[in-house]
Write a protein that binds this ligand. Structure first.
Ligand code: FMN
Length: 228
């Protein structure tokens, strides 16, 4: 596939808000957590995918998501809609967003514009349960939080031709970044091969503006179950 790495001239990102159902500000206290002081070389070499996971406090998982996806610099004027974060992103658009789910209750959305969490209403319960079931099938020994990654197509599709490949590479960067942060804070994580499209069907009105780009399970490592 031909990929044109040059953005279309004279088009600036709009960075439009997302139409969630009943978004409510969620007070998530992250103050108990830190990135710690392990050497990066140690984190790089010790990180592994873990497939038997117990629930961690949702605040700790939220900490991992925020440290991976928080915005350090926001573009102004002609740079409107562009951000700089720990992870890389084509055109600095950062279209990949994260939803933290625990059980079948309301998910938390990390708003990387406001650096805050929103608790979201579920539009379609059936799709929401189907999302949970599909994840359980892939990793039956995971009982932690699931982080669903969804990509906002709207700006990247206006700025680049054949934009989808850029989204996938952005998603890979987020997954790798999340793996390092989870390791730094002592949490287990495992990406899943499924994409999690039902999460989008459950939370948004039918749309082509968003694409499910992956799911990551995060929680406490259960070494006893791993050995069995
Ligand atoms: C996009 C992606 C999807 C993955 N899907 C699964 C999966 O469905 N089930 C699973 O057990 N591991 C999955 N993994 C984890 C890989 O199997 C794992 O990264 C690989 O075996 C290397 O092991 P390590 O992560 O411990 O270094 C996935 C990894 C990636 C990057």
């Amino acid at each position: 596939m031909h990929i044109d790495p040059r953005p279309n001239p004279n088009i600036v990102p709009e960075a439009r808000p997302i139409s969630w159902l009943d978004p409510v500000a969620a007070q998530i206290d992250l103050s108990a957590y830190s990135l710690g002081d392990r050497a990066f070389a140690d984190i790089m070499t010790s990180r592994r995918s873990v497939r038997t996971i117990r629930p961690a406090p949702i605040e700790q998982v939220a900490f991992v998501v925020r440290e991976t996806m928080r915005t350090y610099f926001v573009g102004l004027d002609t740079k409107h809609g562009r951000k700089l974060k720990t992870v890389l992103s084509a055109g600095a658009l950062h279209p990949v967003k994260a939803l933290i789910t625990k059980g079948s209750g309301r998910p938390l959305y990390y708003d990387d514009d406001q650096d805050s969490f929103l608790s979201l209403g579920i539009r379609d319960e059936r799709s929401w349960l189907s999302f949970q079931d599909e994840c359980r099938e892939v990793l039956p020994h995971v009982d932690g939080c699931l982080v669903a990654l969804i990509a906002d197509n709207r700006d990247i599709s206006r700025l680049y031709s054949n934009h989808q490949s850029l989204l996938w590479r952005d998603a890979g960067a987020v997954i790798q970044g999340m793996a390092f942060v989870a390791e730094a804070v002592g949490l287990a994580m495992c990406p899943m091969g499924i994409l999690g499209g039902d999460a989008i069907s459950a939370l948004l009105d039918p749309t082509d503006d968003f694409l499910a780009v992956g799911i990551v399970a995060i929680g406490l490592s259960d070494t006893f179950q791993n050995a069995s």
